[in-house]
Ligand binder design. Structure first.
Ligand code: DP6
Length: 331
């Protein structure tokens, strides 16, 4: 049995990757910073098989494996070709993946998925890649945010000055700051517009240039807040950044609306929690669901408040995590 099985977490962007120099290769227009999660994960099992056709499967909710949907299978197949060419390997592979959380609803399932796939297949094929190269390989999948999921803690991803090489910086490991992320699910339907389309349309928004001008200040503020474990300082900037991502999406041509009424209800409740003295701050990726950051002591109150909202289907209680790990095989 040669199979390799790895689980990799999703991550939540504090400063967003939104807009690309090169969409196919996910070369970002700006650096981004994220917190790696602990509970929302993709498990990926990879093995060599006889024959010439790859087998690409996903786990159904009951755990049984079935053929992956076409689009996902094509993206995985293209990534396998990249990894095979890096390894000088020609044989077919069997891949199976299972998510521990809802897919394609703004919870970075593709970041977790392509990070897990990259780590599992590099191990299977004996590619000796350090963390920087793993990030580079994960980014090349086209899901740029996957680059940040190959490491734990607080991670900055950018491109080397004037070049195309991925730079990954660990701003703090998971033990540096135990932050929690209470995820309020207001809509579990897959989103209509993929992030890739959002990146493509973003520079067309009249607000895009204004955000670009703001970004150096925001990046510095988030780096400093992580170093100082200062949630109040970080939260203000993170909320501003998330709202602006959606402002840009909504003013792209044609516009993209990820928000649902429940999104606004959660944003309002988080503001009212703050007026009650609880330090909680919202952020959203490209989807309707809201990630609420808070300290461990406040997590029960935050989760209870969000669970009580009629618009919230359920909450996932997550927190900062340590990155990819070995996992039980799926086959
Ligand atoms: C809004 O191109 O990495 O989440 O392929 O869907 O994972 P997927 O998206 P990707 O863009 C991520 C966009 C974002 C912000 C972020 O995670 O930085």
């Amino acid at each position: 049995m040669t199979a390799v099985s790895v689980s990799s977490p999703a991550n939540i962007a504090l400063i967003k990757y939104w807009g690309a120099v090169d969409l196919e290769r996910a070369l970002p227009l700006n650096p981004s910073i994220s917190m790696t999660l602990r509970e929302c994960r993709t498990v990926c099992t990879a093995d060599r098989i006889e024959g010439s056709e790859d087998i690409i499967q996903v786990a159904a909710p009951d755990g049984s494996l079935r053929d992956a949907p076409d689009r996902f299978a094509r993206a995985v197949g293209a990534h396998l070709d990249r990894l095979r060419s890096r390894a000088g390997h020609r044989g077919a592979l069997r891949i199976a993946t299972r998510n521990t959380f809802p897919t394609a609803v703004g919870l970075a399932s593709s970041a977790a998925g392509f990070s897990a796939l990259t780590v599992a297949v590099t191990r299977l094929l004996g590619i000796h890649a350090d963390r920087g190269e793993l990030a580079e390989l994960a980014r090349a999948s086209g899901s740029g945010s996957a680059a940040r999921s190959v490491a734990g803690g607080y991670v900055e991803w950018g491109m080397a000055e004037g070049g195309e090489a991925t730079e990954l910086r660990i701003l703090g490991d998971a033990g540096h700051w135990d932050l929690r992320n209470v995820i309020a699910l207001v809509d579990e339907r897959p989103k209509d517009v993929a992030s890739r389309e959002g990146h493509r349309r973003a520079p067309g928004s009249p607000h895009y240039a204004a955000r670009t001008a703001e970004l150096p200040r925001r990046l510095d503020a988030v780096r400093a807040a992580i170093a100082n474990r200062d949630l109040a300082a970080m939260g203000e900037v993170v909320e501003e950044e998330a709202i602006e991502l959606h402002l840009i999406a909504m003013s792209s041509r044609p516009p993209i609306f990820y928000w649902e009424p429940g999104t606004l209800a959660v944003l309002a409740r988080v503001r009212s929690l703050r007026s009650e003295g609880i330090a909680a701050f919202s952020t959203m990726d490209a989807g309707a669901n809201v990630h609420v950051l808070c300290e461990p002591a406040d997590e029960p109150a935050v989760a209870a408040a969000l669970e009580n909202l009629a618009e919230v289907g359920r909450v996932i209680r997550d927190g900062v995590g340590t990155g990819p790990a070995d996992a039980e095989p799926l086959f």
